[in-house]
Ligand binder design. Structure first.
Ligand SMILES: Cc1cc2nc3c(=O)[nH]c(=O)nc-3n(C[C@H](O)[C@H](O)[C@H](O)COP(=O)(O)O)c2cc1C
Length: 164
């Protein structure tokens, strides 16, 4: 059986709320990255990692502090699914850049990404979370599209389950 861990970093609670919804769909608990030993991540087969974006395209601050430890872990062959909260209207040139930062860090560690997501349905100009016309994870925008969050989570969790 695939052991799934949902981990998030969140400043005002938006990403925490969606992490809890995603965890519920997957039948697991979600955990704040501040409460775990980075090594714990190696216990899971599928890591579902969520962050928000702050400043001018910076990854959320708890993740920023966590990244050096994350980069040291042996995560080869682990499945990783990324999600993130952002605001496509006000921050339309750095939309969910934090997802892109996580992707870049983990891509060097030989993980297998699952849960890429179409850009269709969003209205933004630039994002570091885009590769070859897709997002490398699931962007959620409760600031502008709260009505789409539930259905996006439902479709995405099915997609990542099918991918591992
Ligand atoms: C000062 C500030 C800067 C932000 N910068 C970005 C950004 O560059 N890109 C983006 O997509 N969202 C940006 N946002 C939007 C947040 O990521 C969004 O509100 C998110 O839901 C916050 O999630 P959290 O409470 O889990 O940290 C910013 C918000 C604020 C208040």
């Amino acid at each position: 059986m695939t052991k799934i861990g949902v981990f998030y970093g969140s400043t005002t609670g938006a990403t925490q709320t969606v992490a809890e919804r995603i965890a519920e769909e997957l039948g697991v608990e979600s955990m704040d990255i501040r409460d775990i030993d980075p090594l714990e991540l190696t216990d899971y087969d599928l890591l579902v990692l969520g962050c928000s974006t702050w400043g001018d395209g910076e990854i959320q601050r708890h993740w920023k502090a966590f990244l050096p430890e994350l980069a040291k872990l042996n995560l080869e062959e682990k499945a990783v699914a990324l999600f993130g909260s952002g605001d496509q209207r006000v921050y339309d040139t750095t939309f969910v850049d934090g997802i892109g930062v996580l992707y870049e860090t983990l891509a060097r560690q030989g993980v297998k990404f699952v849960g890429f997501w179409p850009v269709h349905g969003y209205d933004f100009r630039e994002s570091k979370a885009m590769r070859a016309g897709h997002f490398v994870g699931l962007p959620l925008d409760d600031d502008n599209q709260p009505e789409l969050t539930s259905s996006r989570i439902e479709t995405w969790t099915k997609l990542i389950r099918a991918g591992v």
